[in-house]
Design a protein. Structure first.
Length: 217
């Protein structure tokens, strides 16, 4: 009970900081950066299915929509944010990267959820390390997102990792690109966390601030 109360209090404090963040970032007049939020899976591809029947595709879409809304409502559209899907639809990995390149993305963030043993938990962020001129930038972006998620929400952190995921491989050499594993749908605590809309909004805000901190705007 104390653990849940502490988590909720962190979320309340986090959301109360929004007004201050709005005042700080709302005054910058530099040209808008183009951010692609890649919403994992979708349609007939549910991704991981976890406790309570929660599906990865639904968590990713909810968090992505919140990122989009928070940018408009709190930051007055500070960033140009585009999603690779706006509904429960299947989009191929090739189309996701083609869209990002067509929009001339400055940053690419792919949202997913993990699945493993019931005791596995925590957020981790992946970058593509093989022949990637944006490796340093992608690592910095990864750390920024992880740091915000830990500091503001107290989430467990599994660190920055490197992988040859196709969606990252396709973006390698174009712009900083990361894949965020938000947590484990197969863990009781994290699956329960994902079930609450306020928590998904808090996750979205942590990711949004992580992106802003990385861009230094």
């Amino acid at each position: 009970m104390k653990k849940k109360l502490k988590c909720h209090l962190k979320n309340v404090v986090f959301l109360l900081a929004l007004v201050n963040m709005y005042l700080v970032f709302g005054q910058n007049t530099e040209s808008k950066k183009r951010i692609i939020i890649d919403v994992g899976h979708g349609g007939y591809d549910p991704g991981a299915i976890g406790i309570h029947g929660i599906q990865e595709k639904d968590v990713a879409l909810a968090v992505a929509r919140n990122i989009l809304d928070l940018n408009d409502i709190l930051l007055d559209g500070k960033l140009n944010i585009y999603l690779t899907r706006y509904s429960d639809a299947f989009v191929s990995l090739a189309k996701r990267s083609r869209l990002a390149k067509a929009l001339d993305a400055d940053v690419f963030v792919s949202l997913h959820c993990n699945a493993s043993q019931v005791n596995s938990k925590g957020m981790e962020v992946y970058a593509h390390s093989s022949d990637n001129p944006y490796l340093k930038a992608s690592t910095s972006l990864s750390l920024s997102i992880l740091n915000e998620s830990y500091k503001k929400l107290g989430l467990g952190i599994r660190g920055v990792k490197f992988s040859d995921f196709q969606v990252l491989r396709n973006m390698s050499g174009f712009c900083p690109a990361v894949l965020v594993e938000l947590g484990f749908v197969t863990n009781w605590d994290e699956a329960s966390y994902f079930m609450k809309p306020a928590n998904k909004k808090a996750l979205a805000l942590a990711i949004l601030i992580g992106i802003i901190d990385y861009l230094e705007i």
